[in-house]
Design a protein around this ligand. Structure first.
Ligand SMILES: [Zn+2]
Ligand SMILES: [Zn+2]
Length: 346
């Protein structure tokens, strides 16, 4: 089969012919139809500090997908060949304290497809049956391919109270833009986006953000931001989705005293913060957000999508055939795309 493989350490990826993955008795083989390209894939492609420290080539890349079950292992129940599915790409060990107490998303032995084991940028993916998510017919294939980042947004927004509160979202990439919609639907009083790229700020406003600030626009924007919040002292809730050092520092500066700050964006190196003034004396509640709750987040996302509380299609700015993957990564490099789908059907 064809697969996008990170063959060696260093920038780039290659489209290689590799064997169709084997499946064990509790696995399924999924024929991939559509996949989403994530920031993580771009980190691996460009071989930045995070990728150098985290991944060990060779492996097949990719973790956002949808497809159809091609084959099931001998012990798999309740799944059928032909089922339309997506799936949770974090594979917990199923034996540790966290996995056994419903917190598999923070299992220390988690294996992430496309990072720690072969991923979905391929014609076929092998996945444990317990990680498979059956798709309702109302969920279109394009949307199904990005349930993973929709779930990241859902988990980040719903990890604290949102109703009636002023929410700041730092980084309006795909996840930040979905979070704008989820926060609005979940009853936020107002949502303000912080994003350097103009086309993403425009989308944030289109999705109902009350304002969108360019954090590179000089000294005064933070004061203007605070003036828009009910206390005049900053947001009640800050969702950090950029992972940049500046974004993370802004998150703590834009939070009013006593605010909730949720951190999803992953910095590639250590970030220096003034903890005493920025966190402790402000009495902030800071939450790290990792992946999605299995499977509470998946059910929440499904409900929001089926009930049309969010519309994520405008976030998909490009659809590219897998053979043209280099064009897709070039679009990301130039900052022109929000979410790119790679299509795997010939
Ligand atoms: Zn992703
Ligand atoms: Zn575990």
């Amino acid at each position: 089969m064809q697969a996008l493989v990170k063959r060696t350490e260093g920038p780039g990826m290659s489209l290689d012919a590799v064997p169709v993955p084997e499946i064990g008795p509790t696995d399924v083989l999924i024929r991939i139809q559509k996949t989403g390209i994530c920031g993580t894939d771009y980190h691996i492609y460009s071989w930045d500090t995070w990728a150098r420290n985290r991944v060990r080539p060779p492996f097949t890349v990719g973790h956002e997908f949808m497809g159809v079950i091609e084959k099931i292992g001998g012990m798999v129940e309740r799944l059928r060949v032909g089922d339309r599915v997506s799936g949770e790409g974090h594979i917990g060990c199923r034996h540790c304290y966290f996995c056994r107490t419903g917190q598999g998303h923070i299992c220390r032995d988690v294996q992430i497809i496309g990072v720690d084991r072969d991923g979905c940028f391929a014609e076929f993916l092998s996945l444990p049956a317990g990680n498979v998510w059956n798709l309702k017919p109302e969920i279109s294939s394009d949307v199904a391919a990005i349930l993973d980042p929709i779930g990241n947004a859902m988990h980040t927004v719903t990890a604290q109270n949102i109703a009636g509160r002023a929410v700041a979202i730092i980084g309006a990439g795909a996840i930040g833009l979905i979070a704008v919609q989820i926060a609005r639907s979940a009853g936020a009083m107002s949502v303000i986006a912080i994003e350097p790229q103009e086309h993403k700020r425009t989308l944030a406003l289109q999705f109902g953000a009350a304002a969108a600030f360019d954090p590179t626009s000089g000294a005064d924007w933070q004061r203007q931001f605070c003036a828009l919040t009910p206390t005049g002292m900053g947001a009640d809730v800050v969702l950090e989705m950029s992972g940049s050092g500046t974004g993370i520092r802004n998150a703590f500066e834009l939070a009013r005293p006593g605010a909730d700050v949720a951190l999803l964006g992953i910095p590639s190196k250590e970030v220096q913060l003034d903890l005493s003034e920025g966190v402790i004396f402000k009495g902030l509640v800071v939450r790290g957000i990792n992946g999605r709750l299995m499977f509470e987040t998946w059910y929440q996302s499904e409900r929001f999508l089926v009930e049309k509380k969010i519309d994520v299609l405008p976030i998909i700015t490009h659809r590219v055939h897998y053979r043209e993957y280099m064009d897709a990564f070039a679009l990301l490099e130039r900052g022109e795309a929000v979410k790119i789908l790679l299509e795997w059907e010939n």
